[in-house]
Design a protein around this ligand. Structure first.
Ligand code: IMP
Length: 511
């Protein structure tokens, strides 16, 4: 007869944290949010740490190069999706690794004979007020000058005038040669009181732009996740079908961490892949596995002492219908607590601490807090990041509101790439495990992440914790009744600022 577990599948929203003593010297900005990604003798000694406990999901609608850059700049890590040909995944990894913080490729360029009206259209569509003028209007053409929105007055000047009549010509532009350090480039901006510095090749072609605002942005975000060569860090998802070809290509491109992307990681195919990677690449590459929802699955994956971190979660994702379609999965809180308990025992017995990633189903900042309090070392999210400007999907207006498309990796749409890739067309998709949806657009990733992290730090201070390990150690959680969930929101009031009863926890709900 089947074994029936005595506990019910629990979710994060069924729990609350009890405050503990806050010391007088504790402040949110002093809290350390770094988290290990790599298993070592103890959680203190992990040689690969992320600076904030957030990673982005291995999904087409989430983890592209722009999002990976934006998240690494905030201290987190993206796992670039593997549901694409190897070459394009490698290209995305290379884009992140070659991103020179502070040096940006110019995406809005003009030519001397464009009209002011055309330039204004360009500025409005890109949101940029400084536009390089190049010989062919490309980002790498010969630089002839710079035009900004301060060089003309929309209602005073004749908008059919040519760019040439209003731009600052090249002989008056302060520029620098390719190869200059970021520090020296910023020094020039400061010395000449400029907002933007073009970087030129020896032939005079535009290479990049350095902006004063990026310098200020960098100073505000000191947690950037960098490798030893000061390049941004990035992870990549891999699958059990083509790792023999994919992994060497990703490692060659400089990837910092790999993670098997599977809805059920308690299987021999994944373990074969793990063994192959360790045999061919040793322990140098950080390797995550999953997903699992039971202590039994954890025991299997850590048995040979080959993996770095474990991903927990089946069926909780916002676009996921695995539980409905296949009848497998587990409440995310129950799965996490079961595995954390086993991980802690394993650390005691073996002396090896395995970081745990709670993956999917997080729909508010509070749930991130609870997941970390319950013992997750970091969380993986899809919907959260899909809502940002930097996710790879186009902004879409529906009934006057801005949205972004968001779809599961188990949808036909995601799996379509195989039809165009060698030897994969024969894998037929009989049913879908995910849905194709839209999420509200919330703006820049940096703002969303900073708000989340500020709330997390504040809660940690309420619990008297200086870092995530202490948070896990000191957290006391209580289960809540339906009535107390109701009590937690605003009660019997209407908030007139928005004209609606507000759900003030969920990201983007009601947007
Ligand atoms: P979210 O943060 O709730 O949107 O969940 C994201 C997570 O859902 C991913 O990291 C995956 O673990 C999982 N996931 C992605 N695509 C699918 C799918 O098509 N079906 C089921 N789960 C999925």
């Amino acid at each position: 007869m089947a074994t029936i577990l005595s506990d019910i599948s629990r979710t994060f929203s069924e729990y609350l944290l009890i405050p503990r003593l806050t010391r007088g010297d504790q402040r949110p900005e002093l809290v350390d949010l770094s988290s290990p990604l790599c298993s070592l003798e103890d959680e203190e000694s992990s040689h690969f740490k992320i600076n904030v406990p957030l990673v982005s999901a291995c999904m087409q609608a989430v983890s592209g190069a722009d999002l990976a850059i934006a998240l690494a700049r905030q201290g987190g890590l993206s796992f670039i999706f593997c549901s694409q040909p190897i070459e394009s995944q490698v290209d995305m990894i290379q884009q992140v690794k070659s991103h020179k913080a502070g040096f940006v490729a110019s995406d809005t360029n003009a030519t001397v004979d464009m009209s002011l009206r055309d330039v204004l259209v360009l500025m409005r569509s890109s949101g940029h007020s400084t536009v390089p003028v190049t010989s062919d209007g490309s980002a790498t053409g010969f630089l002839k000058g710079i035009i900004t929105d301060r060089d003309f007055w929309e209602y005073e000047d004749d908008m059919s005038n040519k760019v040439m009549q209003h731009m600052t010509p090249i002989q008056d532009v302060i520029s620098a040669s390719d190869g200059i350090s970021l520090r020296d480039a910023n020094g020039l901006l400061r010395k000449h009181k400029k907002e933007c510095l073009p970087i030129l090749s020896p032939e005079g072609n535009l290479v990049a732009l350095v902006f004063k605002k990026d310098y200020e942005d960098h100073r505000r975000h000191p947690l950037e996740l960098l490798d030893d060569s000061k390049r941004l860090r990035v992870g990549a998802a891999i699958n059990t079908h083509d790792y023999v070809a994919r992994v060497p290509a990703l490692v060659g491109a400089g990837v910092d961490a790999l993670c098997f992307d599977s809805s059920d990681g308690f299987n021999e195919h994944q373990m074969e892949g793990v063994k192959w990677i360790r045999k061919n690449f040793g322990r140098a590459i950080t390797l995550g596995v999953g997903n699992i929802v039971s202590a039994e699955g954890f025991d299997y994956l850590v048995e040979n002492d080959l993996i770095d971190f474990v991903k927990v979660g089946i069926g909780g994702g916002s676009i996921c219908i695995t539980r409905e379609q296949k009848g497998i999965g587990r409440g995310q809180a129950s799965a996490l607590m079961d595995i954390v308990e086993r991980r802690n025992l394993h650390a005691k017995d073996s002396g090896r601490y395995i970081p745990i990633c709670s993956d999917g189903g997080l729909s508010s900042d509070t749930q991130i807090v609870i997941a970390l309090a319950m013992g997750a070392d970091f969380v993986m999210m899809g919907r959260y990041f899909a809502m940002t400007d930097e996710s790879p999907t186009p902004k879409t207006s529906i009934n006057g509101q801005m949205y972004k498309p968001y779809w599961g990796e188990g949808t036909r749409r995601a799996q379509n790439w195989q039809r165009y890739s060698d030897n994969r067309g024969s894998r037929q998709m009989i049913f879908e495990e995910g849905v194709d949806a839209y999420v509200p657009l919330v703006g820049p990733l940096s703002e969303l992440v900073q708000t989340t992290l500020y709330k997390l730090r504040s809660t940690m201070v309420n619990v008297g914790a200086d870092n995530l390990a202490q948070f896990r150690e000191q957290a006391i959680l209580t289960m809540v009744s339906e009535q107390s969930v109701e009590e937690a929101g605003t009660s019997n009031v209407r908030q007139f600022s928005t004209g609606r009863d507000v759900d003030n926890t969920d990201w983007g709900n009601g947007v």
